[in-house]
Ligand binder design. Structure first.
Ligand code: SF4
Ligand code: MG
Length: 333
C-alpha cells in the first residue's frame, strides 16, 4: 500500500493571553491510499485541530514545533504541508488535494448563492475548465451522491434542501475536485440514524471508486466500527492508541479506549446502563503531568502514571498503545 499522508511528531500550541496552550502533543500516524481512518475522542481531545493541521488551516495564533512534519504524497511528488506559506501554494492542499466536510452543512454553503454556483466556482478555482464543463461535472456529482433531479437541485439554495440532502450536496461539492484525501469532521452527528447509515455507505463507495483516503472524525466509536479500516484514539492532544478497527474494538488496550467502548449502547441489551468514562476531560490549561489520562484512569498504577509520560508500545505490529500497563509488561518480558 502506498502512503497518502505521513504525520510525524506533530505538536501544536496556541499562543493565548494565558500563555502557550498545547492542543496536539507529538502525534504521528500515516494514512494509505484507499484507507479510511477513524479519529476518535471526546470534544477537546485535539481531533479537529489535528485534521485542520493537515490542510495548514489552523488559526493565526497556532505555533508548530520545528519537529512537526506533515508530508502529503501527490501525483507530482511529496509536499511538505507545514512549510507552505503563500496562498497560491496552499491551494495545492486546500480544496485541491484535500477536502474537508463539516458537521453542519449549512456552514459550508453561502446562504445567498445557489448550490450549483458554489460548486462551479470551486471547480473553476482549482482548474482552468470552462463554466459549462464545471456545471456538467457538478450536476454529475450531485447525481452520484444520490440526489434525485440534480439539475433542479443545482439551481436551489441550501435552505431549500432537507438535512440529508444538504449533507449529500456538501459531499458532492467536496468530491467534485477529486481530492486525494477527504476529511469528514463529525459529518453524520446531526443526522438521523437511517440517513447516517446512507451517508456512511456512500462514503465507503466513494473510497473504492476514487481510491482516496478518508479521515473520519467522531466521538462515536460505533460509527467508526461501521466505517473505518483503522482507528486512532486521541485524548487531550495525545494519540493514545492506534490499530486496525476490528482489533482495537475487540481488544482495546488503553483504559480510555476501554471506557469509550463500555459507554456504547449495546444492541443485545438496550436496558443495560451506559458506563461513561467518569469525570471530565481536564482543561488544556491544566494538563496533567505524566500520563494525561491519570486524573480519570480507573486502572492507574500509581506514581509512575502521575510522573512519567508513557511512550508507545507495540502490542502487535499494527497495534500500539501509550500506557504504563503495557510498557511495564513489555519491560518484564
Ligand atoms: Fe492509566 Fe497509568 Fe495507563 Fe495512564 S499510564 S492510562 S494512568 S494505567
Ligand atoms: Mg471538533
Amino acid at each position: 500500500m502506498t502512503s497518502l499522508i505521513d504525520v510525524e511528531n506533530l505538536t501544536l500550541k496556541f499562543r493565548t493571553d494565558e500563555g502557550l496552550i498545547t492542543a496536539v502533543d507529538n502525534v504521528s500516524f500515516s494514512l494509505n491510499k484507499g484507507e479510511v481512518m477513524g479519529l476518535v475522542g471526546e470534544s477537546g481531545s485535539g481531533k479537529s485541530v489535528t485534521a485542520k493541521s493537515l490542510m495548514h488551516l489552523n488559526a493565526r495564533n497556532a505555533v508548530y514545533t520545528p519537529e512537526s512534519k506533515i508530508t502529503l504524497h501527490t501525483d507530482t511528488g511529496p509536499v511538505d504541508v507545514l512549510s507552505l506559506k503563500k496562498p497560491s501554494e496552499m491551494q495545492v492542499v486546500r480544496g485541491g488535494a484535500i477536502s474537508m466536510i463539516f458537521q453542519e452543512p449549512m456552514a459550508s454553503f453561502a446562504p445567498a448563492i445557489t448550490i450549483g454556483s458554489q460548486m462551479v466556482e470551486q471547480l473553476m478555482l482549482h482548474s482552468d475548465m470552462s463554466k459549462a464543463k464545471a456545471k456538467e461535472i457538478s450536476v454529475e456529482m450531485l447525481d452520484r451522491v444520490g440526489i434525485s433531479d440534480p439539475s433542479k437541485r443545482f439551481d436551489q439554495y441550501a435552505f431549500e434542501l432537507s438535512g440529508g440532502m444538504r449533507q449529500r450536496a456538501m459531499i458532492a461539492m467536496a468530491l467534485s475536485t477529486k481530492p486525494k484525501l477527504l476529511i469528514a469532521d463529525e459529518p453524520t452527528t446531526a443526522l438521523d440514524v437511517t440517513i447516517q447509515a446512507q451517508v456512511i455507505d456512500l462514503m465507503k463507495d466513494l473510497v473504492d471508486e476514487f481510491h482516496m483516503g478518508i479521515i473520519f472524525i467522531t466521538h462515536d466509536l460505533g460509527v467508526i466500527a461501521q466505517t473505518a479500516d483503522k482507528v486512532c484514539v486521541m485524548y487531550l492532544g495525545k494519540l493514545i492508541e492506534e490499530g486496525p478497527v476490528r482489533e482495537v474494538i475487540r481488544n482495546p488496550k488503553h483504559p480510555y479506549t476501554q471506557g469509550l467502548l463500555a459507554a456504547l449502547p449495546r444492541l443485545d441489551d438496550l436496558d443495560s446502563p451506559l458506563t461513561p468514562v467518569p469525570g471530565d476531560i481536564p482543561s488544556p490549561l491544566e494538563r496533567p503531568s505524566g500520563c494525561v489520562f491519570h486524573t480519570r484512569c480507573p486502572q492507574i498504577i500509581g506514581d509512575v502514571c502521575r510522573r512519567d509520560l508513557p511512550t508507545d508500545t507495540k502490542v502487535d505490529p499494527t497495534h500500539r498503545v501509550a500506557c504504563h500497563l503495557h510498557s511495564a509488561k513489555e519491560a518484564q518480558g
